[in-house]
Design a protein. Structure first.
Length: 209
């Protein structure tokens, strides 16, 4: 935990950007009846019934010091999907960086081995060499700032029925553009000093000899 908190207090460095990565899902639901549009004195009305239309995965990349985020919508979240997300991070979003400091949780699909599942060995090694990875501790996913951004995304953009992946991609892209344009970021205040006080029970107990 203290390793991650130290990363959060690094100064901005274009050659070593700090990026947080998390993922979520959205159930796609179609309307079974046409909604009644709003009219003077009455709000729009939607039928409570809906038709399930599968799910989509969302990979969210968040660089708080740059007030930048990017959401990649995929049909699945396999190791190969995750590898392509990291390839985009290195080659598209931060191609000028010497090293990308990447903070994420420790799911089984989040291993560097996923790069070798998706790409030839030479390319996988090149991508892996560009990443300085810091995993959040077990039961400590709340330390990942991307989790905060995912919560904002769900509250501001995904709290209604979305019928298909194409519509989802359009809505997410609009939210991403608007939030990046407003330079919204996260003001992280939980420090190592706070952890040693508030989470003292989690530290090993060292008895005097």
């Amino acid at each position: 935990m203290e390793d991650k908190l130290a990363v959060y207090h690094r100064q901005q460095d274009p050659k070593r950007p700090v990026v947080f990565l998390d993922e979520g899902s959205k159930q796609l639901t179609k309307e079974t009846r046409l909604p009644l549009p709003p009219r003077p004195g009455a709000v729009a009305k939607y039928d409570y019934e809906y038709e399930r239309n599968g799910t989509s995965n969302l990979f969210l990349l968040f660089a708080p010091l740059q007030a930048w985020r990017h959401v990649k919508v995929t049909a699945r979240r396999t190791m190969v999907d995750f590898a392509h997300c990291r390839r985009d991070l290195v080659d598209i979003h931060f191609p000028q960086a010497d090293t990308i400091v990447l903070v994420m949780d420790n799911l089984n699909t989040h291993k560097l081995a996923s790069l070798y599942e998706a790409f030839p060995a030479a390319q996988a090694r090149r991508l892996a060499a560009k990443l300085e990875i810091h995993y959040t501790p077990k039961h400590g996913s709340w330390l990942n700032m991307a989790e905060i951004e995912l919560s904002v995304l769900h509250r501001q953009c995904l709290n209604a029925r979305i019928p298909d992946q194409h519509t989802l991609m359009q809505k997410v892209a609009a939210w991403q553009t608007r939030r990046n344009a407003s330079a919204s970021t996260v003001n992280w205040r939980f420090t190592t000093a706070d952890a040693r006080i508030k989470l003292e029970r989690l530290y090993p107990s060292i008895e005097d000899c």
